[in-house]
Design a protein around this ligand. Structure first.
Ligand code: AMP
Length: 532
């Protein structure tokens, strides 16, 4: 059974608020009612169990759609408004949803004459207005009846599918089930101090980013209030700080980059958020300087560094940062693995290495996903079934507990320290994190090569201390022109923004006559970055 839906049911009998978004809010009771209507509507109209897509950023009704999908036995696929049309298209092509809930207000699915575009022609688009009509017209119709628990998403079916940047230019859909989420929530809820008492949890990370699962699932399952911050609020510091002041949040979940941005303002301290007790960071390196400042500005708060990939349900290790960590003179550890997870460090030949030696981090256990949606090849590359029993908590009688043998090769380099903490040392490949966003540099390069007159392309990260500050694109043109670097760069960036999300578009693009090659005949990235 899926515990987020159970949480909605449990707190529907109270007067608790489930979501606050701007001036709007909905209670747990309303969340339960609205999601019943949505689930019944889907069940009545569609026979298949195809996932439902949701396009938008933050809205008090989005979670009703997620819960509605789960109650109807379907997964939901969140697509953020930062996805350009091409990326939405890729996801829609991969999932072929019958219904898209559209909170974007952008009319992306329609042409100028307000007809559905060819790519979406068999899909029912339900925008916010239609959704409200659907809900409010049916609060006492047959569509309002409670959906039978037996229909809800369960066991190892998909709860959600999150699409992440893929090295071949097509995003990969990570499938996460109630079985995966169960072990994540049992672990994460107490870390965040979510125990069923009334708490407010910040809801900032986009739902298309798995970090958001940390506020969403433990939050709703424990009857907390999600305080949603829309992208437009976050983009404007005065609005953001006014919202934070009003929020009374107890729990903060964000990337280190987002908190780093907030720290630039002196007002970001315990007077702004007097109730705050837990700050969780997952998804990228937590720089020592950021952790230090946070501890100074919020002395009553646990600053938590968590680690994990989307493929193993958000996070699998955590550590509460101490002064000792900060003063150690090295990068921060990413924590000890959760009880129901085994970490293995392997060498290039796949042989397990002893503690203290550096290699690839492999995650084994019940939080590991079944793989990428309809993408057997990529699934085979990164997932396998471990042959040795990881010895994790399980019930012999339960067929589903056999899934604890699932393993995911992260592509992360790391080691196990003598105290059991994992030390993260970087990546084996060209996957990077920029402002918390997971990006395959090859994804950007692939899309750059699709642009007219671009022959070849390389994207390089530009670092300052431990952090990637921005990306730089370098292209070789098919035919030289006399536009110059600046104009070529601007034109290429404009074309690129139609293909990939804004956060993936390099800050600058330079034209080069020809790329330096290494002895293997490959582009010499090292030399190139030195030259630049
Ligand atoms: P995502 O799937 O977006 O959560 O990204 C997962 C990747 O982010 C991991 O494979 C790591 O490379 C990186 N990552 C996650 N947490 C941390 C952390 N605490 N420190 C450093 N890198 C991290």
């Amino acid at each position: 059974m899926i515990n987020i839906v159970k949480g909605v049911k449990k707190y529907a009998n109270t007067d608790r608020i489930a979501v606050i978004c701007g001036d709007n809010q909905i209670s747990y009771k309303e969340l339960d009612q609205y999601s019943d209507v949505i689930a019944n509507y889907i069940l009545k109209k569609y026979d298949s169990k195809i996932p439902v897509a949701i396009y938008g950023n933050k809205d008090e009704l989005i979670i009703s759609c997620m819960i509605g999908a789960l109650k109807s036995g379907r997964a939901y696929v969140p697509m953020d408004i930062s996805f350009p049309e091409k990326r939405v298209n890729d996801v829609v092509l991969a999932v072929e949803p019958e219904v898209i809930f559209d909170f974007s207000g952008e009319g992306l699915f329609f042409d100028e004459e307000n007809n559905l575009k060819e790519a979406y022609k068999n899909i029912e688009i339900i925008d916010k207005k239609k959704l409200e009509e659907l809900i409010f017209a049916n609060l006492s119709s047959e569509l309002s009846k409670e959906v039978d628990e037996k229909i809800w998403v369960k066991d190892d079916e998909d709860s959600y599918i999150l699409f992440t940047s893929g090295s071949t230019g097509k995003p990969k859909g990570v499938q996460i089930s109630p079985y995966n989420l169960d072990s994540f929530m049992r672990w994460m809820s107490p870390i965040l101090g979510l125990d069923g008492s009334e708490k407010v949890v910040m809801d900032q990370p986009a739902y298309s980013f798995d970090l958001s699962v940390s506020q969403l699932y433990p939050g709703i399952a424990n009857g907390a209030t999600l305080y949603s911050l829309h992208k437009n609020v976050v983009a404007d510091f005065s609005k953001l700080f006014a919202a934070l002041k009003k929020s009374n949040i107890d729990v903060w979940v964000s990337t280190p980059s987002f908190s780093g941005m907030c720290l630039a303002d002196k007002e970001f301290n315990e007077n702004l958020l007097p109730n705050l007790r837990k700050m969780l960071f997952i998804g990228e390196v937590l720089p020592v300087g950021v952790a230090k400042k946070l501890r100074e500005r919020f002395p009553k708060v646990d600053v938590i560094n968590g680690y994990g990939p989307t493929e193993a349900t958000v996070g699998i290790s955590h550590v509460v940062i101490t002064d000792e960590h900060i003063n150690s003179g090295t990068t921060l550890p990413v924590g000890v693995p959760m009880p129901n997870c085994k970490i293995k460090i392997i060498d290039d030949a796949g042989v397990e290495l002893p503690n203290g030696e550096e290699g690839e981090i492999v995650i084994i256990g019940p939080s590991v996903s079944k793989g990428y949606y309809k993408n057997e090849e990529k699934t085979q590359d990164s997932f396998y079934i471990e042959s040795i029993d990881p010895g994790l908590e399980h019930d012999e009688e339960k067929e589903i507990d056999k899934l604890r043998f699932r393993a995911y090769k992260t592509g992360d380099i790391g080691m196990i320290l003598p105290d059991g903490n994992i030390k993260y040392k970087g990546r084996k490949d060209f996957q990077i994190k920029l402002n918390g966003y997971r990006i395959e540099l090859e994804d950007i390069e692939y899309n750059l090569r699709k642009i007219e007159n671009v022959k070849n392309a390389v994207v390089l990260p530009v670092y300052k201390n431990e952090k990637i500050m921005y990306l730089k694109g370098i292209v070789e043109l098919e035919k030289e022109n006399d536009l110059g670097n600046l104009k070529n760069g601007i034109a290429i960036k404009k074309s690129l923004a139609k293909l990939i999300p804004d956060y993936m578009v390099p800050r600058s693009i330079a034209v080069i006559k020809s790329f330096p090659m290494n002895t293997n005949g490959k582009i010499d990235r090292k030399k190139l970055s030195e030259e630049l």
